[in-house]
Ligand binder design. Sequence first.
Ligand SMILES: [Zn+2]
Ligand SMILES: [Zn+2]
Length: 146
Amino acid sequence: MTVTLTCPECGREFGRKKYDIKPGVLSFCGRSCASIHTQRQTKLRRKRTVLDATSPSVWRKASEVAERADVVRETALTHLRSLKDDGEVEVFTDVLTQGSPVYWRRVVKVGRTCQHPGCDTILPRYNVDDYCALHLPEHVTWEEVA
Ligand SMILES: [Zn+2]
Ligand SMILES: [Zn+2]
């Protein structure tokens, strides 16, 4: 029995034998669509790893981010630039190095305010917490390490 499926990559409809369809596994119209999809997933995963290798409080060089993410520097740079376009990292340009961006830092959304009731403090972009420095200690629970 043949089932008609829609390719999640190109949107084309194609027929597939029912016993060839595995539950929970995406079916593509062909090898090229499957490999395009896999490549994109890999790219997204790598971008995520590069983001995780940056830090909100520390300026890091692309080479340092690359090392932490375990990718080559060019790959790290490509993703850092893309993450900058997404507003997830910011770059610090050292004027002494002729304007080439050298340091990268993770940022969070602009315009967030402290979540403590009645506090209107605008959180800095490098603050990944939901509270200002004054109120954060009240909201942190310290778990005892056994
Ligand atoms: Zn396809
Ligand atoms: Zn506050």
